[in-house]
Design a protein around this ligand. Structure first.
Ligand code: GDP
Ligand code: K
Ligand code: MG
Length: 264
């Protein structure tokens, strides 16, 4: 059976959407090794299961609990990801969205909390946002179920993988190329995604990568890349350099697709 993953920041309405999209639970319990709730349900339409991933801000885990999502993405590879984002906090939410787009599986965005966004004068041009990110964007109010049928419809059609890509600048792009060249055809993950996650300091991805590239080579590449950044006069660590580049792109996307009305 196809597995669809529901991913998003904490408190974005994941559980609400999960309940709207599923007809029955297949499993409720904890994720292996942690006391974080795991829910799997049968989708209302089509023959697929929906997995409710724990809320996270980034795929780079700061704790064992936060590691659940990255382990899942490394070990299970869902056929599609539903990324639920809080439309009233779009800029902050897109940091995870970009990392999920880089993962490379088909993805659709459930643009939630559109009622709150509207009441705050936040107008999101959802067509523009979809175009800029290269994926379908479905406005929803998960609490009431508004728009949730359209999410199911979109899942029935096939969602194609996004070609969205950020240019992280010459130094990072070169490091990505080095990793890509060393991986050849082997791992069943997008090389670019693995490389970016590794360069951001994601230990889970690094552990996986070391099956193909010796750890000392990885460490050397990491240190060299960080040194090249420092040599340009940037005071950033490698992870924060990548974060900054990503954030600049996100700001540009927000600038092009979101308008905030000033209330008098
Ligand atoms: P999770 O932490 O991501 O699983 O989010 P929940 O589904 O538990 O939702 C968090 C809170 O937001 C709950 O109080 C929901 O009722 C509320 N909520 C979810 N979706 C919406 C929405 O579209 N609009 C509004 N106003 N509230 C929502
Ligand atoms: K919650
Ligand atoms: Mg929840």
């Amino acid at each position: 059976m196809k597995s669809i993953a529901l991913a998003g920041n904490p408190n974005t309405g994941k559980t609400s959407l999960f309940n709207m999209l599923t007809k029955s639970y297949e499993y409720v319990g904890n994720w292996t090794g942690v006391t974080v709730e795991k829910k799997v349900g049968k989708l209302k339409s089509g023959d697929a299961e929906l997995v409710d991933l724990p809320g996270i801000y980034s795929l780079n885990p700061l704790s064992k609990d936060e590691g659940v999502s990255i382990h899942y993405l490394m070990n299970e590879m869902p056929s599609t990801i539903i990324n639920i984002v809080d439309g009233s906090l779009l800029e902050r939410n897109l940091n995870l969205t970009v990392q999920l787009l880089e993962y490379g599986q088909p993805l659709l965005i459930g643009l939630n909390m559109v009622d709150i966004a509207k009441s705050r004068g936040i107008r999101i041009d959802q067509k523009k946002l979809a175009k800029l990110l290269g994926v379908p964007v479905v406005p929803i109010i998960a609490r009431t179920g508004s728009g949730c049928d359209e999410v199911l419809d979109k899942l029935d059609q096939s969602v194609s993988p996004s070609t969205f890509q950020i240019d992280y600048g010459e130094i990072i792009e070169q490091a990505i190329s080095v990793i890509d060249a060393r991986l050849e055809a082997d791992p069943p993950y997008h090389h670019r995604w693995l490389a970016i996650q590794f360069l951001e300091g994601n230990q889970v991805v690094k552990d996986k990568l070391s099956a193909w590239i010796p750890e000392e080579d990885l460490n050397q590449l990491y240190d060299q890349t960080e040194k090249r950044i420092k040599d340009t006069g940037e005071s950033h660590s490698l992870p924060s350099y990548i974060y900054k580049a990503r954030n600049e792109r996100i700001k540009a996307i927000i600038g092009d697709s979101v308008h905030v009305e000033q209330n008098s």
